[in-house]
Design a protein. Sequence first.
Length: 263
Amino acid sequence: MNLGARAGGSLHDADLARVLQLARRIAPALRGEQGGAPLPGALRHGDEASPGPGALAALCRHWARSYPEAGAHYVALRCWGLAIWQPVYLSVIAAHLDTHVPRLAGLAQPVENGFPNGFQLPVHAPAQAAALSSRIRLAADELRALCQSMRAALMPLVTLHARAADRLQAECVLGALLLVRRSRPDLGDADDVAAWGELWLAQLGIAGGCGFFAYRARDGTPALALDRKVCCHHYRRHDGEPCSTCPKLPLDKRIARLLADAA
């Protein structure tokens, strides 16, 4: 393990520190730390099924009480997406932009006002691989275990349908890929991104859960957007409306909304 000193004399892994800094630079909301005291009230990978899954239940109660009019499917997909987005984005960013992939055992996500707010990982040496395909496989193994345990913990609490959960997870992965491409457009073209997306989803066992569609941005340049397969039901909220790429909208309306959002 590539350990080094940190303030206060504690230890950290230099490779993991670099990956966490990279993730925060690409997605500023990804405020990750390694080591430290256990976080009370955090969503914790690895012990979700332990007696009294308070943090996860509290997350579900928050969204059910905040938007009762949106219904059970909205609450289920909202909580599922919030529970997994940070590890998904961390893993995709690391696999494509670094040589090391974090292990997710012991991941803890503190929750504030219904939102996971940063995360904590135990000090460890991330997995290393020279080839992108190998890093994707390593990262997918970690994500598959995390998502399976998180889903098992959520199932008694909300109405989470398996196909909808798969599709939202796939959407999250491909959304992270689009962020990677925006940060480093030199990494590959649209065909490369589509191929990476297919590889990720195949490794995760959720092939076909989401895709991309191409369109022209306002300046005429080629652009990609998520071709989503599941509706998040955000429009059922009293303050909600269909997302720009809502699968309930015809493709031309989705493109029009994307162009309007970019204005």
